[in-house]
Each structure stands twice: as C-alpha cells, then as structure tokens.
Design a protein around this ligand. Structure first.
Ligand code: NAD
Length: 520
C-alpha cells in the first residue's frame, strides 16, 4: 500500500489494492478502502439482479419504510457525515450542511410524493371503450450510479433514493476522491434494513466504472465531467443502455443596468466561490452592462475582501476551502496564467496561496478577457470569475448561448418582465432571477442541463420517471367480445364506418360534421 497526499492509490484490479483518502488542505490521512477487483463485478451484478425482483415485489410501502429509516440514520449521523465532507474536501462545515439539508429533504420529499407520482394513470379511449388502459412506472432493474466528488452527499443520495424508491437495485461507484464520505453514507443505508444485494458499493477509478458498464446494467446515471460523460454515453450507446448524464458547464450571470448592485455583488461572488468554485453550476462568466461594470467589479472585490477567508474548512472562520484535487488546481492556475499572458486584467487573486498543503487558490476576478481564451471556453473548476462588459443585454445572451453547454444561468435586474424575457432565451436547464444556484437546493424541481451539460433529469417527479419506463397495460372492461373491430375480416362496412367516424369526429366545423354524419 502506498499513500500520497492528493492522489488516491489505484493499482489496477488486484484484490489487495486500496484507495487512500487524505485531506486536501492538510495531507492528513483519513482512511482507506479496498478497491473492488474487476473479477468480482459479474457476481455483484448477478446479486443485484436477483435481489431486485424481490425488492420491487415487496411494494412501495416496504421501500418507503426503508427510506424512512435511512433518513433517520442520516439525521443521526449528521455530525459525522458533515465532518467527513469537511475533512475529505476541505470545505467549510456550513457548505457541507447545505448539501446535507438538500439531500435529506429529497428523501423526505420522495417519501411524501412517490405514492402519487408512481400511481397508475388510467386512460379512456373513445375508439376502444370496452378496454381499460393504464400506464405504470416500471423500474429498469439494476441501476449503475457513477458519481463525482464535488458534492459527495447530494449527488450520491439523489440517484440512490430515486432508484431505490422506484424498485431498482443499485450498484454505486462513487468518485475515488470521496470514498470516506461514500463509506459513511453506505453505512447509514445498510443500517436501514435494505435487503442484501439491493444496494452495493463498488470502489475504484474510471477503470472500474467502465468495467461496470460492460456488465450491462439496465440503466446508468452518470454525474461527472463532459469528457467522461462522452465515454460513458458511447459505452452505453453501444449496449443500448439508457443513460442520464449530468455533466460539466461554464455557467454565466447577466447583470443589467437597473440591477441592485449590492445584492448582485454578494450573490455573484457567492455563486462563483461556493465550494471554491468546484461546482458544475458555479458562475464562471459574468456579462455586465458597461455602465455598471466597474462599480460592480469594485463591489465584488470588496465582498471577497470582507467575507472570504481561504483555508482548511476545519478551521473556524474559513469560508472557502482548498481545491480537492491537485490536477484541478493546476488547470485553474494554467487557465488564469494564459489569460493574463493574453492581455486579461487581474482585479484580485490569480495565484496559489501559501500554506494549506499548496492546494488553496486565491479568489480571483479578471476582466478584459476574450472568447478565444481557454478560461472563457473550458470549465474552470476553481474560484475564478471572468467579467465581460457588454453594450446590449442581447450580447450577453448570445455569448452565453455560444458555448456548447448550459446548466444554469442567472439574470440580475429590478425589471422582472425584462429579466424573465431574457431568461427565456438562454439555453440552460435552470434560469434564476436575482439569485444563482437556488434551484439546485430545491429537490422538488427537476435537475439537469442541455447541450454538453447532459441530458435526462434527476430530482423532482421527473427524477422518479427517469429511473423507470412507462409500461402500459390493457384489459377488457367487461366480458371479451367474440372479435375486435380491427381484426379480420376487413369488410367494406367496417371501412365505411371508420371513414365516417374520422370525418365526423375530426371535422373542425359543425357544417362539415353534419355533412359527414348524414352524407354518403
Ligand atoms: P470525472 O468525470 O473525472 O469522474 C466522475 C466519475 O466518473 C468518477 O466516479 C470517476 O471514477 C468515473 N469515471 C471516470 N472515467 C470513467 C469511465 N471511462 N467510465 C465510467 N466511469 C468513469 O468528474 P469529477 O472530476 O469527479 O467531477 C467533476 C466534474 O463533474 C465537473 O466537470 C463538474 O462540472 C461535473 N459535475 C456535474 C454536475 C451536474 O449536475 N451537471 C454535478 C457535479 C459535478
């Protein structure tokens, strides 16, 4: 076994391999987990398949009771779980708490709403009145959930709870950078009396994720980078496995001249720096009307100066943690350096801070950036905000839409109607007025992006639908007829009867309808 401060150890498929978890801001070892050997994956899949049938047949009430106990276990383990997020990610406890809150509310929401959302829907068909038709939501079977490290509670709990409540078995491969949080979550779920095989935790890097897809799960939920999402989609497409993709983004805010600049400065700084900018939905680009650009920049710099204290999240008063992975820190630093070398102007930050295991990056604001810069084209998983003054709001909309991704956006203005009209034209899954990130903390609404930010939806009722397929039943209402109208024989009488029906029923005026009814 080897241990490295930032990179977990992975030695390709042997049963004695381990992933060592260390705290990013201190390098302190937190624990280790055994990497699941590739040779065990077929039996893991087999166990899931066998267990899923009984889990589904046990019924919704039984599953909801397990979820009730899981919710209770999570609540009891709150301090330990939040503490581990702080340790494993270096985040301030308040941020870990907000993630926990959304996750536990998601479970509570599904406990309240699943019965109604999953109830059979009945249909009355005029052309077929003696049959009953109804649609039910059928679980796919075995769901493979692959998750990232950056919101290790919420992004783990969301696919798990939706898959389980709908009657699927789940194989979960968390990120190799959040294994200790994953272990704690798994412990709370196992302690809720979930039957053996319905939930299984598999550890490893992308190699294990790819090998799990080759086991032909019935559905894949993937959250991670766009680059990995493409690989997952390709592997799933080859096997025709339905997949939900929640991917990266380069989200933006648009500030109009009439915005409340104090509120915008606070909200945008928070939206850019929350989780040290390691969020798919963080504000990375700010398009602001030229007349208010400089005052807004100055206000944002002042908010950072006053409220943002960088360090190890375990320390009191720290409001922004270190970056979780060394690789991301280097990408962030390179993007900023390249932009500065190409003429960008630094307002604040722009460097790796001393101490904190070399992993803390200063909160950064830049302006005079151009669309060609990598900083303006690729995801920046760090605390960096690029400001672009514009002369018309439409310019901002066009620039936001010009990138091939779209998860969230925000428009800041006192004119609600104008703001909503602009939001309608921005191509994203989530648009907020005078706030950012808000919809991510509301489990009742669906979550997901468009274009390169992915497809499919989690959370909300849509999240339950996403884990199921529509299955339609039909059965005779009364005793079966000897023969159906559409069966053989095809007679002129039946043809004319149906022809008359089409002309009567679909006529758009009464004159045509009456003519069809009484004509030849
Ligand atoms: P990542 O793509 O490196 O890894 C995500 C997961 O995929 C990990 O568990 C990893 O082990 C696994 N993986 C890697 N290669 C694989 C392969 N070939 N086959 C199967 N699985 C594989 O992402 P990350 O660095 O863990 O997370 C950060 C990224 O996730 C950012 O781009 C961020 O924007 C995105 N993200 C998106 C959302 C969203 O809701 N849209 C939420 C959080 C994070």
């Amino acid at each position: 076994m080897t241990s490295a401060p930032q990179t977990p150890v992975y030695l390709n498929g042997q049963s004695n391999e381990v992933i060592v978890s260390t705290s990013p801001a201190s390098g302190r070892k937190l624990g280790e987990v055994r990497v699941t050997p590739l040779s065990e994956l077929p039996s893991i899949m087999q166990r899931a398949r066998e267990a899923q049938k009984a889990w589904f047949e046990a019924g919704l009430a039984f599953r909801l009771e397990v979820l009730r106990r899981w919710q209770e276990n999570l609540r009891r383990d709150f301090d330990r779980i939040v503490g581990m997020v702080v340790a494993e990610q270096g985040r301030p406890p308040f941020e870990a708490l907000t993630e926990f809150l959304t996750a536990i509310e998601l479970i509570a929401y599904y406990r309240r709403s699943a019965r109604r959302a999953l109830a059979p829907k009945r249909h009355f068909i005029l052309l077929d009145p003696h049959h009953q038709h109804w649609t039910v939501r059928q679980p796919y079977g075995v769901v493979l959930s692959i998750t990232p490290w950056n919101f290790p509670i919420l992004l783990s709990v969301a696919p798990l709870v939706a898959a389980l409540v709908t009657g699927n078995a789940v194989i979960w491969k968390p990120s190799e950078y959040s294994t200790q949080v994953a272990e704690l979550l798994a412990r709370t779920l196992r302690g809720s009396g979930i039957p053996e095989g319905v939930f299984q935790l598999v550890h490893g890097t992308g190699e294990v994720g790819a090998a799990l897809i080759a086991q032909q799960p019935d559905k894949i939920c993937f959250t991670g980078s766009t680059a990995t999402g493409r690989k997952v989609a390709a592997a799933a497409g080859e096997r025709l496995i339905p997949v939900t993709l929640e991917l990266g983004a380069k989200d933006a805010a648009l500030v109009l001249e009439d915005a409340d600049l104090d509120r915008a400065a606070h909200g945008i700084v928070w939206g850019a720096l929350f989780n040290a900018g390691q969020a798919c939905l963080s504000i990375e680009r700010l398009y602001v009307m030229r007349a208010v650009a400089e005052p807004l920049i100055q206000k944002m710099a002042a908010v950072i100066e006053k409220f943002v204290t960088v360090g190890d999240g375990v320390a009191p008063r720290v409001t922004m943690g270190a970056l979780t992975t060394q690789a991301q820190l280097e990408i962030v630093d390179q993007q900023v350096r390249e932009a500065l070398a190409s003429g960008a102007r630094l307002i604040c930050g722009g460097k790796v801070l001393e101490g904190h295991n070399g992993r803390a990056y200063a909160p950064t604001i830049l302006t005079d950036v151009t669309p060609e810069m990598r900083l303006m084209r690729e995801e920046t998983f760090g605390p960096v905000l690029a400001v672009v003054p514009i002369d018309r709001p439409e310019e901002g909309v066009e620039a936001i839409n010009a990138l091939g991704c779209g998860l969230t956006c925000s428009v800041w203005t006192r004119n609600r109607a104008r703001g909503l009209a602009l939001m309608e034209r921005i191509e994203v899954g989530h648009a907020s007025l005078n706030d950012h990130i808000i919809t991510a903390s509301v489990p009742q609404v669906p979550w997901g992006g468009v274009k390169n930010s992915g497809y499919g939806r989690s959370r909300g009722v849509e999240g339950l639908y996403d884990m199921t397929y529509a299955k339609v039943y039909s059965a005779e209402r009364f005793a079966p007829l000897p023969r159906e109208l559409f069966w053989y024989p095809y007679t002129p009488f039946k043809y004319n009867l149906l022809r008359r029906f089409i002309n009567v029923y679909y006529a758009t005026t009464w004159r045509e309808r009456l003519a069809a009814l009484f004509g030849r």
